[in-house]
Design a protein. Structure first.
Lengths: 314, 271
């Protein structure tokens, strides 16, 4: 191929020809405004939701005493003569599910993360991580039926006293549901601990376990705790699994073998039932929803606080 | 012909080397491969105790690979294969029964980039003793002070032992890493270009420290900096393309090398 003689060109001249300073300056000014509008959509939505919750909750409290709502241990909104609106049984139901889920998910999730980050070969990691992500993508209704038709019968074959609808089975399944979240986010946190730190410990004669537990885990702690708290807040808000498998009997006790009701399951029960607009029951779901919102908000703030408090700077 | 400025050797500061020092490391016919890349070729080196042995050579000559083989840190790279023998105190470290953790308890290492743990200064130093079972607070306090004094950084950090080590300057961090290494009282200290990430003043401090530590430890130091090798070492090994070209008294290497390639390297013709 014949090479063309390189022409004498001036890059600066070309730039001067091509450039369109006026239009560029205009779009540069406009772009941040457009982006701000788009970004404010989610903020405004959040504010809208919170205000709706607050207004309807306030209406509810004109009909029901706020103190008896917060401290009452009986929840019988559907009772014809004397309905009782004490939220504690629903809170206890939610706490049972969340507690069981934490017991299942935190040890398994963190152990999985340690294995993936510190022990697994690249090939094993590339195989397991997508599986975890598939597990995270399973619709919760599927988990609900998994709890009701698979886990509950197994539990009942071991302890026949367990009711068909109980706290234990959906609690375990909610735990299984949040394992991928804890494992995957914790693994990310542990993998991002620089290898130089591991080398420093190995060079002092540390074993693999000592490096994992005493160097990598503390260095990644803020990420691990944050992921765990986020997962817990998902467990608190989990709806479908408990609606399907936990029953609808709010009770103020710590028994996990019988039917319970969580805050979320109550909201499902009312919204899918025939409570009329403007009734006390209708407003009660906003009060319950607001309580739920406060719980998850508290968990998210806790996650923020903990990840700052425990950060090991490197 | 242009005049060649050779690194100055301060002979006055050199100890007279006793002939009967015993060996800490005897390397015999060591070969190492990264996959198919033959990185170390038939290395034979006899490293004596209570000396500073410098390893010099251009980038990619295998000097870092060699020093990482001495405490088997090289094994963190999965594709590495070795053959030959490295005797540490007359025991082959490649023996199947040889406990690598035990070796690394005897042989400390200081890395190219300071790598303190993201913990307090105190916990950094106490980490080694703690994993080896020392839990007594009083003993740990003593170890921490002694190690920090040994690394000539005690006065700078004694009032801030509970602060994160990452708040220190790079030079201070490197001396913390040296102190961390001293805390388990090793026999040998391996240093892999310990001053390459430091400013000149911090470098000088680390070099003075190496001179001090020689009394109690055998030190093997990889360095890019020939002046540094000349200043602080007793023996120097010149590596080139995975081979040891020359290994001799530092004075001799820098004043009267026997191999032409050594002469070319130290006079700055390449590398």
């Amino acid at each position: 191929m014949a090479m063309n003689e390189p022409q004498q060109i001036s890059v600066q001249e070309l730039i001067a020809q091509k450039s369109n300073r006026g239009l560029l300056a205009f779009t540069e000014k406009l772009i941040p405004k457009i982006l701000f509008l788009i970004a404010s959509v989610s903020v405004l939505t959040t504010i809208g939701i919170v205000f709706t919750l607050i207004f309807e909750t306030v209406t509810f409290f004109t009909e029901v005493n706020i103190l008896s709502f917060l401290t009452g241990t009986e929840w019988y909104p559907f009772a014809n003569s004397t309905p009782a609106y004490g939220i504690l049984p629903l809170v206890v139901g939610t706490l049972k599910i969340t507690g069981i889920a934490i017991l299942v998910a935190v040890p398994i999730g963190i152990a999985t993360a340690i294995f993936l980050s510190e022990y697994a070969s690249d090939r094993v990691r590339r195989f397991i991580k997508p599986i975890l992500e598939v597990l995270a993508g399973v619709p919760t209704i599927v988990y609900g039926f998994f709890a009701l038709t698979f886990v509950t019968p197994i539990l009942r074959s071991i302890y026949p006293d367990i009711a068909i609808f109980n706290a234990l089975s959906p609690g375990i399944v909610v735990g299984i549901m949040i394992i991928p979240m804890i494992a995957s986010l914790s693994e990310d946190a542990m993998s991002s601990v620089p290898n130089a730190m591991r080398d420093g410990a190995y060079a002092l004669g540390a074993t693999k376990l000592e490096v994992a537990v005493k160097i990598v885990l503390p260095a990644a702690l803020s990420g691990i705790v944050a992921s765990t708290v986020l997962a817990i807040s998902r467990a608190i808000g989990e709806t479908m699994i408990v609606a399907v498998a936990a029953g609808s009997t709010p009770g103020f006790n710590w028994d996990v073998t019988g039917s319970i009701q969580t805050m979320t399951a109550y909201i499902v029960q009312v919204t899918t039932g025939d409570a009329g607009y403007g009734t006390t029951i209708y407003y009660s779901i906003y009060a319950v929803g607001f309580t739920l919102f406060l719980f998850t908000l508290a968990m998210n703030m806790l996650a923020q606080f903990i990840s700052k408090r425990f950060r090991e700077e490197y | 012909m242009t005049t060649i400025v050779k690194p100055e050797v301060k002979t006055a500061e050199k100890e007279t080397v006793k002939k009967n020092k015993s060996s800490v490391y005897k390397t015999e016919q060591l070969n190492l491969w990264y996959g198919s890349n033959h990185a170390l070729k038939n290395i034979d080196l006899d490293i004596k105790e209570n000396e500073v042995t410098a390893i010099i050579g251009p980038s990619g000559c295998g000097k870092s690979t060699y020093i990482k083989t001495l405490n088997r840190m090289i094994e963190t790279i999965p594709s590495v294969k070795t053959s030959g023998v490295i005797n540490y105190r007359d025991k082959n470290i490649f023996d199947k029964e040889y406990q690598v953790e035990e070796l690394r308890t005897k042989v400390g290492m200081v890395f190219q980039k300071p790598n303190p743990f993201p913990k307090s200064i105190y916990d950094n130093i106490a980490y080694g003793p703690r994993i080896h079972g020392i839990k007594n607070k009083k003993i740990l306090d003593q170890i921490v002070e002694k190690s920090l004094r040994g690394a000539a950084i005690w006065d700078e950090v004694k009032d801030r032992l509970s602060e994160n080590a990452y708040g220190l300057s790079g030079g201070q961090q490197q001396r913390i890493c040296i102190a961390r290494c001293l805390a388990i009282e090793p026999d040998v200290i391996l240093m892999d270009e310990p001053t390459s990430a430091l400013d000149p003043i911090s470098t000088l401090k680390v070099e003075e420290l190496v001179q001090d530590l020689k009394k109690d430890y055998s030190i093997i130091i990889v360095t890019h900096n020939m002046q540094q090798a000349a200043r602080i070492s007793d023996k120097t090994a010149f590596f080139l393309n995975g081979e040891v070209v020359e290994f001799d008294e530092t004075d001799k290497i820098f004043s009267n090398p026997s191999d032409e390639r050594t002469e070319d390297y130290i006079s700055g013709r390449f590398g």
